[in-house]
Design a protein around this ligand. Sequence first.
Ligand code: PLP
Length: 273
Amino acid sequence: MAKVEASINESTKILYCESVSNPLLEVADIIALGKLAKKYDLALVVDNTFSPLQISPAQLGADVVIHSLTKFINGTSDTVGGVICGSNEFVDSLRNVNDGASMLLGPVMDSLRSASVLKNLRTLHIRMKKHSDNALYLAKRFEEDGYKVMYPGLPSHPQHELYNSIHNPEYGYGGLLTLDAGSLEKADDLMELMQESNLGYLAVSLGFYKTLFNAPGTATSSEIPEDEQKQMGLTAGLIRFSIGLDNHIERTYKEMKRCMEKINIKKVTPVKI
Ligand SMILES: Cc1ncc(COP(=O)(O)O)c(C=O)c1O
């Protein structure tokens, strides 16, 4: 927090963060950021795409909350959209006929698509619980097996306690987890094998009923220069999983483990016998 505070200067207008970051799954201290924003009269803007329902930034001090609808909220990977939530006054200013950004730049969703997203939103609570249960199950098992896994629901996650202090427990820890395959080559081999084994799709999106995976270093976060990726801990072999709604997660686990063993994914901790 001291680093954030030190970087505020006279041109700063907003503080911006993701509740759970893409792709490293770092958890933001929204309450502390909200206090900092108030102290300097800034707006706190939070992207809550990875944790709809798990985290409620508006109740923790965020002034504006944004979501990609493309992901969990729509949940069917058949549309692209986004939403900006804020005070009536702020939203009205966005759609002001004379100078509102939404009005002038035209990002208005058509009514049929809006109704379709709204219909899918009705099942978000059930879907999020299942995504979270499945992801927690896999994260625990992979960690027990000795693989390098990152998931906010694991006590080994650096911000596990922080997450516990801000989340809505009934929705768990979300559907995203990462696994470090050791190298890009191994990550690619594993993802191809998992796709061939019908475990999910190699795709850059998230929040679908089927598990999706990609290696962010060369895909969704490839715009970050390589040296910066290293600095932030984004390794070439890191795979981001968006865990699906599989009904038999133990069966999925066994099949994923078979793939990992076949590709000889490196283990980082001694396996408990
Ligand atoms: C955290 C986060 N916010 C926003 C977006 C943008 O979403 P969209 O694909 O709807 O433009 C993404 C896309 O991956 C994301 O991961």
